[in-house]
Design a protein around this ligand. Structure first.
Ligand SMILES: Cc1cc2nc3c(=O)[nH]c(=O)nc-3n(C[C@H](O)[C@H](O)[C@H](O)COP(=O)(O)O)c2cc1C
Length: 214
């Protein structure tokens, strides 16, 4: 069986990577996982711990050290099904786009491109500089899928998890991994009371803004 690779880097949105890993592990796909040093830091800030074990336990995946270029992931002779960089920092995006393989994440992505295996990159930054936009285009032209961490709002989200699942669901689609994470658009709007973000009246929202400014 060839395994998927999941790399988590230091962009905001560690929850996207953890949620994707939960699904892949539950489906016994035994992902190989890499987390950059900045990825650990951001995971700690956003999820309370930068240690994968605290979010996923220890079984069902294999973690590789990003400094270990002797890893099987550094070679095209080791079969893998797809690689996802989620979330992807602008720094890692730039390194991959320019073939600068200074750690195992960059190298494994380079291998995915040269072996014509799916490479799916989930950048998170806003606004985007011209350099980052150019790097995204370079990567897309090299065959990568660029999937910005930008959830839709047409599936009736009522929680942050619904928004996370929207993005992760699109990634799983590209990996050809079946899932039921999110309602697909059928041409018929979902009926729900109101999107939770706008659940207060306009006056209540404006009053809350006013209180926030004081
Ligand atoms: C709390 C926090 C949030 C960050 N969010 C982002 C982000 O959303 N996008 C981004 O490109 N970099 C972000 N950074 C900066 C990256 O972590 C930094 O550029 C780092 O060098 C990336 O290294 P890596 O690509 O090896 O993970 C953030 C850093 C911190 C500490």
């Amino acid at each position: 069986m060839s395994h998927p690779i999941v790399a988590m880097t230091g962009a905001s949105g560690a929850c996207y990577g953890i949620r994707l890993l939960e699904i892949l592990i539950a489906q016994n796909l035994e992902p190989y996982v890499m987390v950059s040093a900045a990825g650990r830091q951001v995971m700690g800030v956003e999820l309370g711990s930068g240690d994968l074990k605290d979010h996923l336990g220890t079984a069902g995946y294999r973690e590789e050290d990003v400094r270990d270029l002797t890893s099987p992931l550094a070679s095209g002779s080791f079969p893998t099904s797809a690689m996802v960089v989620i979330p992807c920092s602008t720094g890692t995006l730039g390194s991959i786009a320019h073939g600068i393989s200074s750690n195992l994440i960059h190298r494994a992505a380079e291998v995915s491109l040269k072996e014509r295996r799916p490479l799916i990159v989930i950048p998170r930054e806003t606004p985007l500089s011209q350099i980052t936009l150019q790097n995204m285009l370079t990567l897309a032209q090299a065959g990568a899928h660029i999937v910005p961490a930008s959830p839709g709002f047409y599936h009736g989200p009522v929680s942050i998890r619904d928004l996370v699942d929207f993005v992760v669901g699109r990634v799983l689609d590209l990996m050809k991994v079946p899932h039921t994470l999110t309602r697909r658009w059928t041409g018929v709007p979902v009926s729900f009371d109101a999107p939770f973000i706008l659940s207060q009246s306009k006056d209540e929202r404006l009053a809350q803004d006013e209180r926030g400014r004081c």
